[in-house]
Ligand binder design. Structure first.
Ligand SMILES: NC(=O)C1=CN([C@@H]2O[C@H](COP(=O)(O)OP(=O)(O)OC[C@H]3O[C@@H](n4cnc5c(N)ncnc54)[C@H](OP(=O)(O)O)[C@@H]3O)[C@@H](O)[C@H]2O)C=CC1
Ligand SMILES: CC(=O)N[C@@H](CCC(=O)OP(=O)(O)O)C(=O)O
Length: 344
């Protein structure tokens, strides 16, 4: 099989940098075209010296980049960029994975409400496949346009999926209390993300409503076949990578949730259900495409507490995007994604 010719738009951001890291050592992919407005004309390894010896490519400007000669283009751009460029690529037979949120919500009115502008190509929204392989593996194989999930949604949906799919969480609200490292906010300069502002500090944000709430709800309601109340509160913590989601649901006391999760995820290459009562750490998934999950029960009340950790840049973004690429191009799903975590 010929290597997949890959383009990346937004190669200078954290998602794009992580995509380059993974794709440069992928045995079946070939980086072909890297777009950046700020670094156009410069060698990739001059901008990112950690990639010296791995690539001779240059960043190219949007106007000159030949994206239509790619087999697949990843968008790792801010929300609202991909939706303006994707229709032309699809018309030219190029498949697309968008790491941003442009194609994640099926309802264009909901998108406009949360993202503050009308959707540029609402006619495409029904054909999009939401790129969570644990939910949509079969549909991903034929997908032309994949909406890669948000980082928090990946951690939270995987935490609740077995309960909702089996109907085991019949009562009350689902609660997701999530913490993210600051790389989740991207690489652009923001005062609130400076070392002096963030270190020795800890805060919630988006408590009245974060844009990942409708995304998580859309997926979980579809699995449950009904609308469920969901409370989601994100926090930013002084670390670089990682998401830790502590998720709560009320479950009938007689259900063996450990067995349920082990059975649901037993064939999933990138979800690891730990022994009951474990405490997964974000460091244990640093740099790898993996969600580790652990279950707890504190009493006979029926509440179950699900702990879910991912690396926001890998299973929460670039790694999941490569997993989706593998499925779309008929490769073994774990091609180029079998690494041990970086610890410490
Ligand atoms: N960081 C994370 O953990 C995750 C991020 N995501 C999503 O992935 C996307 C990328 O995130 P991240 O890499 O963190 O973001 P960054 O801010 O780090 O990078 C954004 C990239 O987009 C380019 N860019 C900025 N504005 C435009 C524009 N108007 N048109 C074209 N390119 C533009 C920038 O490069 P240049 O200016 O050189 O063109 C840069 O390479 C976002 O939508 C984000 O929400 C999803 C899951 C997790
Ligand atoms: C810590 C932090 O700021 N995290 C980001 C997550 C961004 C992200 O990945 O979300 P989208 O892909 O949906 O834009 C935030 O809450 O905005």
């Amino acid at each position: 099989m010929e290597r997949i010719r890959v383009g990346i738009v937004g190669g200078t951001g954290y998602g794009g940098i992580e995509l380059m890291r993974l794709l440069l050592s992928h045995p079946q992919a070939m980086l072909h075209c890297l777009v950046s407005r700020s670094e156009a004309g410069r060698r990739v390894d001059a901008v990112f010296p950690h990639l010296r010896g791995h690539t001779d490519l240059m960043f190219e400007a949007e106007e000159t980049a030949d994206l239509t000669s790619c087999d697949l283009v990843f968008f790792a751009t801010p929300n609202g960029v991909a939706m303006r460029q994707v229709p032309v690529l699809l018309e030219n037979g190029v498949r697309v994975i968008d790491l941003a949120a442009d194609f994640r919500l099926r309802d264009p009115d909901l998108w406009a409400r949360w993202y503050g502008e009308p959707h540029a190509c609402p006619e495409l929204l029904q054909d999009v496949v939401y790129g969570l392989p644990e939910l949509n593996r079969d549909a991903l194989r034929d997908a032309r346009l994949v909406a890669n999930p948000g980082c928090y949604p990946t951690a939270v949906i995987l935490a609740f999926l077995p309960l909702l799919r089996s109907g085991a969480a019949p009562l009350g609200a689902l609660i997701a209390d999530a913490k993210s490292g600051v790389s989740g906010a991207g690489r652009r300069a923001v005062v609130g993300n400076l070392l002096a502002e963030l270190s020795e500090n800890f805060k919630a944000y988006g408590v009245s409503g974060h844009r990942h709430l409708p995304e998580i709800k859309q997926a979980l309601d579809a699995v449950a076949g009904q609308t469920r109340e969901l409370l989601f509160v994100p926090h930013v913590v002084p670390m670089i990578r990682g998401i830790h989601a502590t998720c709560y649901a009320q479950v009938a006391p007689d259900i063996d949730v450990q067995a349920l999760y082990e059975e649901t995820y037993q064939r999933e290459p990138f979800v690891d259900v730990l022994p009951q009562g474990s405490h997964p750490e974000t460091a244990s998934v640093r740099g790898v495409n993996l969600c580790r999950i652990a279950l707890h029960r504190q009493s006979e009340s029926g509440h179950v507490i699900v702990l879910s950790v991912i690396d926001n840049l890998v299973k929460g973004a670039a790694g999941q995007a490569v997993q989706n690429m593998n499925l779309m191009f008929g490769l073994p799903e774990d091609t180029g994604l079998r690494y041990a975590p970086v610890v410490p």
